[in-house]
Design a protein around this ligand. Structure first.
Ligand code: ADP
Ligand code: MG
Length: 276
C-alpha cells in the first residue's frame, strides 16, 4: 500500500473546476516530482493531498485511511507541508524556528521535552544547519532559509514531506543542495512529494515524475520515459530534449528561440504567445 494514494482527485474553487482528474501515489523511500506549466494545478494538488484544500471528487488516502477520517492533528503526524512562500517568523533563531515543527507532538500546556530537543538537533544536522542553530533567521541566505523550512518539516517527524517549489528562488548551488537533501530524506525512508519547475533537477532527483496539464495528471513514470521531446513540445511549447550523461548528470537542451509548435489541446489562457 502506498503511503499516499490519490485517485481521480477533483477540486472546485468558487465554482470553477481547478483539478479535473489527478492520480498520485507516493511510497516511503521514494521521491515523486510533480511538474507542469504554470497554472497546471500542481500547488492545488499538493495542498489537496496535504488536506489543506477540500476535494470535490475522487479520493485521497494516507496509509490506507481516507483523508476525511483524519483530524488535522492526525494528518500532522502523517505528512509535513512546506508551502511555496512559507513566511519567515521575525526575530527568531534557526533553532527556535525548527522547534515549531514539534508543535503537533507537544500538548497545549506542555513544554518541549528532551526528546523534542533531540529531534530538533537531528533535523538541524539533517539539513546541514547544526552550526547555524543560534543564528537569527534574518541573517540567512535564501538557500539557508529554505533549508530551515525543510528542517521544520523534518522535525515534525511525519513519514511524508510535501514541498511546493522549494528551489524556485534559489541559485544553482543552493538548488542542488536542496536536491541532494530530498534524496537523503528518501534514503531515510521518508515519502517525498515535491513540485519542481526545473526539469533537469526533477529528472535528477525523481524516482517518479508526474506531469500535470490543465488540472490533470497526464503521465507518470521514470523521467526519461515521461519527459519526452514530444511531451515537452506539446505541454511546455518548447523545442527541448532531456539528456543524461553516462555519469548521471542531467540537462535540458532547449532551443530557446524556436517558435513554439501549435498544440490544438493548448489552453488559450496559457497561449499568450500565440494570441499576442
Ligand atoms: P500551479 O501550481 O501548477 O502553477 P495552481 O494549482 O496554483 O497551479 O493553480 C491552478 C489553477 O487554479 C490556476 O488557474 C489558478 O489561477 C487557479 N487557482 C488556484 N488557487 C485558486 C484560488 N484560491 N481561487 C481561484 N483560483 C485558484
Ligand atoms: Mg504552484
Amino acid at each position: 500500500m502506498a503511503w499516499l494514494d490519490a485517485t481521480g482527485v477533483q477540486v472546485q474553487i468558487r465554482g470553477r473546476e481547478i483539478l479535473h482528474h489527478a492520480d498520485l501515489r507516493v511510497e516511503r523511500g521514494r521521491v515523486v516530482v510533480l511538474v507542469g506549466p504554470n497554472g497546471a494545478g500542481k500547488s492545488t494538488l499538493a495542498r489537496t493531498v496535504a488536506g489543506l484544500q477540500p476535494l470535490t471528487g475522487g479520493g485521497v488516502a494516507w496509509d490506507g485511511t481516507p483523508i476525511a477520517e483524519l483530524s488535522s492533528r492526525k494528518l500532522a503526524l502523517l505528512r509535513a507541508f512546506v508551502p511555496q512562500h512559507a513566511p519567515v517568523p521575525a526575530g527568531m533563531t534557526v533553532r527556535e524556528a525548527v522547534e515549531l515543527g514539534r508543535s503537533p507532538h507537544v500538548g497545549p500546556l506542555q513544554r518541549p521535552t528532551a526528546k523534542d530537543a533531540g529531534v530538533v538537533d537531528a533535523a538541524l544536522d539533517r539539513v546541514g544547519l547544526g552550526p547555524f542553530a543560534t543564528r537569527q533567521l534574518a541573517t540567512l541566505s535564501g538557500g539557508e532559509l529554505q533549508r530551515v523550512r525543510i528542517a521544520v518539516a523534518v522535525a515534525q517527524a511525519s513519514p511524508c514531506v510535501i514541498l511546493d517549489e522549494p528551489t524556485s528562488s534559489l541559485d544553482l548551488g543552493a538548488a542542488a543542495a536542496v536536491g541532494r537533501l530530498l534524496r537523503h530524506l528518501a534514503a531515510d525512508d521518508f515519502a517525498v512529494l515535491v513540485v519542481l519547475h526545473d526539469l533537469a533537477l526533477a529528472a535528477a532527483v525523481a524516482d517518479d515524475v508526474v506531469v500535470m496539464h490543465h488540472g490533470r495528471t497526464v503521465a507518470s513514470g521514470a523521467a526519461a520515459d515521461v519527459l519526452t521531446k514530444e511531451r515537452l513540445a506539446g505541454i511546455w511549447q518548447v523545442d527541448a530534449e532531456l539528456t543524461t550523461s553516462p555519469g548521471g548528470a542531467t540537462g535540458l537542451h532547449v532551443d530557446w528561440l524556436a517558435p513554439p509548435a501549435l498544440d490544438p489541446t493548448h489552453h488559450p489562457l496559457d497561449a499568450w504567445e500565440t494570441t499576442a
